[in-house]
Design a protein around this ligand. Sequence first.
Ligand SMILES: Cc1cc2nc3c(=O)[nH]c(=O)nc-3n(C[C@H](O)[C@H](O)[C@H](O)COP(=O)(O)O)c2cc1C
Length: 205
Amino acid sequence: MAEILVIAAHPQLDHSHATRALMAAAARAASGADPARIAVRDLYALYPDYFIDTAAEQALLAEARLLVWLHPVHWYSMPPLLKLWLDEVFAYGWAYGQGGRALAGKDLWLAASTGGPEASYRPDGYNRYFFDAFLHPYEQTAALVGMRWLPPLVLHGAHRTDAEELAAHAEVFAQRLLSWPDWPELADLDTVEPCDVPADARPQD
Ligand SMILES: Cc1cc2nc3c(=O)[nH]c(=O)nc-3n(C[C@H](O)[C@H](O)[C@H](O)COP(=O)(O)O)c2cc1C
């Protein structure tokens, strides 16, 4: 059980540069730290058949204080196995809704990469919106379950990043994991307002 849980999701890790480099940096940070500090889980390696062990994932999450999602941006969102993990692990009555407070007070941090360069994520670029606009579902997911949404670490234009830049970025990621929660910017973050789901919004069984 670790206080920092890195959930990494890349459907083709063999072809990855960015995610693989960050996973390796996180693993190095984990191996040099207290074993109870950082755990890195490769979701596609753990669940190649997409049968997620929800109870095991929830048990790890219950012990963690920081959840990190590490993934490439695919269609302005997360890869499908991570979406399934979210659907199943952030369950009604556990993560949200009646009696669902298991994640309240924890932090959620996204480390993502995009193919599009930063300039493409502008009103005059081919992605048309600032990248933040694509993160509203993430941010609201955190809010609904009472988690604090930390400023994401995003590597834009991952295809064009050379080895030196990628190594520097991965090192930032590792240092952030090791130094959490002592990040200067966290002091300025708002406290999480509860988003209570009314009892009559409960899904039908
Ligand atoms: C199916 C698929 C969908 C993608 N969708 C996007 C996207 O919506 N926006 C974007 O900027 N890049 C997109 N990309 C590019 C990836 O984000 C990019 O290749 C990745 O972040 C690089 O990281 P990696 O080296 O770990 O694979 C997509 C790539 C694939 C394979």
